[in-house]
Design a protein around this ligand. Structure first.
Ligand SMILES: [Zn+2]
Length: 205
């Protein structure tokens, strides 16, 4: 007997991100654009998320130890990038966000370990482990060839700018291993419907 379901019977796969990787971009935004910027950001957030946030509180009420819908993190990332892009390039904003997010979430000890021991290869191998610390769903697989890292992953429904923040974090990790001129060469985001892919390149020495 057939058990075929109508195409829309299964809800979209949803996931959560840990607050410790959501909060740094808000703190960076506030330190760069001030309290008025934070108020502008709060006013721009889709009202559907109002009950999940403290819109007039510090960092919109995002707690480092909490877990938040990837779509909420995506909304915050999209609004931050949109406002920041009026004062700097999007690439500059993403680089700053990736830097503060990795440096805070790694902690001082782990960061030192990365700086002393990590290579692009070990960074690629540890990508899946790091992923599970900060995301409730999905996986990522990364490999290094020459002066490029190719990563493919699939995770809960999310927006393109939040996916770009994830990429910016990988840029920062690779910078900490001592590489120079690290940049995103190619990024395709499916929003969670299929896999997302990214190629990161750096200058060869
Ligand atoms: Zn994506």
């Amino acid at each position: 007997m057939s058990e075929e379901r109508p195409p829309n019977a299964r809800p979209a796969r949803l996931g959560k991100a840990k607050g410790v990787i959501v909060r740094p971009m808000i703190d960076w935004f506030t330190s760069t654009f001030g309290q008025r910027g934070l108020e502008e950001l709060a006013a721009a957030i889709d009202p559907r998320w109002a009950t999940e946030l403290v819109l007039d509180g510090p960092a919109l009420g995002i707690a480092p130890g909490g877990w938040y819908d990837e779509r909420l993190a995506s909304e915050i990332a999209a609004r931050i990038i949109a406002i920041a892009s009026t004062r700097m390039t999007e690439a500059e904003a993403l680089h700053a966000i990736g830097t503060v997010t990795v440096d805070r979430s790694l902690g001082r000890i782990s960061r030192a370990v990365v700086e002393w021991f990590a290579s692009p290869d070990t960074a690629a191998i540890s990508a899946q482990l790091s992923w599970r610390l900060f995301h409730s769903t999905g996986w990522i697989s990364a490999s290094v060839a020459g002066s490029a890292m190719h990563a493919v992953g699939i995770w809960g429904a999310h927006g393109e700018k939040w996916c770009a923040v994830v990429g910016a974090c990988s840029v920062r990790v690779l910078e900490l291993t001592g590489l120079e001129d690290v940049r995103i060469d190619r990024h395709t985001c499916s929003g969670g419907a299929r896999s997302c892919e990214m190629t990161v390149r750096w200058s060869s020495r």
